[in-house]
Design a binder for this molecule. Structure first.
Ligand code: SAM
Ligand code: SF4
Length: 354
C-alpha cells in the first residue's frame, strides 16, 4: 500500500522575534487591520471517510501520536486564545473531530472559560447520533455536518464508504439535541454535483437545515485539484435558480464566507461559499490551530508557527501569546489561488482543519 506523504510546511517557526510594531495586547490583528476572533481547532488529522476531494482511498500517513497536543496542552492554548487574544468563537474540526475521544471534555473546558465563547463543531456526522446530546450537555452550541449528496450511490462514490444513513441520523440527532441552526456543508462532485445540490436543498428545506455549498479548493492531499474541472459559484447558483426562487438575503454579510440567498421567499436560506471564484479574504476573521500545535494564519499559508515546541520547551503564557500574535501579524492579504505563481500548501485540508 502506498501512502500519500502528509506534507509538512516549507517554513516552520519556533523562535520568533516579534516585529517591533506588532501590538502586544488587545485584539489579534494583522498588518491589514483584520481582527481574528474565530478560532478553528483541528483535533486530529485522522478520518473514517475518504472524500475524493480531500484524501486518497488508502488514507494518509497520519501525524505521529507524540507530536499531537495532549489534552492539557490543548486546553492551555484554548484558554490563552479566549482570555488573552479575544477569541469569541471556537470551532472544532479535523480530520474527523468525533474520532477525538476527549471531545466532550475539551468542549466543557472551553464552555467554562470567560468570556464564554460560542462553540461549534464541523463533522462528517458518523457517530453523531450517539453523541449529540452529550456534546450539547457539555456546552456545544452548533454543528455543521458535511454532506455532499442525499443519493446513497453518489455518497458512497464520493466518500468511498456506504454510510449515508449514519450521517442523516446524526443530523436529526443534532437537531433534536438543540445544536441549531443545524448547517449542512456540501462540496459538489464535478459530475453529479448540480443534481445533488438540488436534491440536497430540497432535503434541507424539508428538515429545517441550512445548506451551505462550498467551492472545491486546492487543498486535497493528492494535489489533483484542477480549476477548470470544478463547479463555480455562478454555475451552482444557476442550477439552483432553475428549481427554486432565490433572492439575495437582506441581512448584512459581515465576515461570513457564505453569500446567502432566500429560498422561495424565505425564511429558509441557502449559502454559496465562493472561496475560489469570489474570494472574501479581506473580511477574514480566522486563526487556526492544528492537532500538532501549529498556528496557521490562513488555510493556504506556506508557513506555520510551532506552539507545540514552545510549550514543550517550557514557554510561559506571555511567550505563547507573543508567538501567536506574531503568526497572525504576518497574515497575507489573500490566499492567492488566482495568482499565476500560486503554490498549493503542502499540508492538506484534513490536517489543517476546514
Ligand atoms: N471531517 C469533518 C467534515 O468533513 O466535516 C471535518 C473536517 S473537513 C476537512 C471540513 C470541511 O472541509 C468539510 O465540510 C469538507 O467538505 C471541506 N473540505 C474538505 N476538502 C475540501 C476541499 N478540497 N475544498 C473545499 N472544502 C473541502
Ligand atoms: Fe474526512 Fe472531512 Fe476529509 Fe471527508 S472532508 S475525508 S470527512 S476530513
Amino acid at each position: 500500500m502506498t501512502l500519500t506523504t502528509l506534507g509538512l510546511p516549507a517554513i516552520r517557526r519556533d523562535d520568533d522575534e516579534p516585529p517591533a510594531e506588532m501590538p502586544r495586547s488587545g485584539p489579534l490583528v494583522d498588518t491589514f487591520g483584520r481582527v481574528a476572533t474565530d478560532l478553528r481547532v483541528s483535533l486530529t488529522d485522522r478520518c473514517n471517510l475518504r472524500c475524493t476531494y480531500c484524501m486518497p482511498a488508502e488514507g494518509l500517513d497520519w501525524l505521529p501520536g507524540d507530536e499531537l497536543l495532549t489534552r492539557d496542552e490543548l486546553v492551555r492554548l484554548l484558554t490563552l486564545a479566549v482570555t488573552r487574544l479575544g477569541i469569541t468563537s471556537v470551532r472544532f474540526t479535523g480530520g474527523e473531530p468525533l474520532l477525538y475521544r476527549e471531545l466532550e471534555d475539551v468542549v466543557s473546558a472551553v464552555a467554562a472559560l470567560r468570556p464564554r465563547p460560542e462553540i461549534a463543531l464541523t463533522t462528517n456526522g458518523l457517530g453523531l447520533a450517539r453523541r449529540a446530546q452529550a456534546l450539547a450537555d457539555a456546552g456545544l452550541n452548533r454543528v455543521n455536518v458535511s454532506l455532499d449528496t442525499v443519493d446513497a450511490e453518489h455518497f458512497a462514490a464520493i466518500t468511498r464508504r456506504d454510510r449515508l444513513t449514519d450521517v442523516l441520523d446524526g443530523l436529526s440527532a443534532a437537531a433534536a439535541a438543540g445544536l441549531g441552526p443545524v448547517k449542512v456543508n456540501a462540496v459538489l462532485d464535478h459530475d453529479s454535483g448540480l443534481d445533488d445540490a438540488v436534491e440536497l436543498l430540497e432535503y434541507c428545506l424539508r428538515h429545517g437545515y441550512q445548506l451551505r455549498i462550498i467551492e472545491q479548493m486546492p487543498l486535497d492531499a493528492s494535489h489533483l485539484w484542477r480549476r477548470d474541472a470544478n463547479l463555480g459559484a455562478d454555475e451552482i447558483f444557476a442550477a439552483l435558480a432553475a428549481h427554486f426562487d432565490l433572492t439575495p438575503d437582506p441581512a448584512p454579510r459581515g465576515s461570513a464566507p457564505a453569500q446567502l440567498w432566500r429560498v422561495n421567499g424565505g425564511p429558509a436560506t441557502v449559502g454559496i461559499i465562493a472561496s475560489v471564484s469570489h474570494a472574501f479574504c479581506s473580511a477574514c476573521d480566522r486563526t487556526r490551530l492544528t492537532a500538532d500545535g501549529q498556528i496557521r494564519n490562513c488555510l493556504f499559508s506556506a508557513e506555520e508557527s510551532d506552539l507545540c515546541v514552545l510549550l514543550r520547551r517550557g514557554a510561559d503564557d506571555d511567550a505563547l501569546e507573543s508567538a501567536w500574535r506574531a503568526a497572525m501579524w504576518r497574515k497575507a492579504a489573500g490566499h492567492g489561488i488566482n495568482n499565476p505563481d500560486f503554490v498549493q500548501p503542502q499540508r492538506p485540508m484534513s490536517a489543517i482543519g476546514g
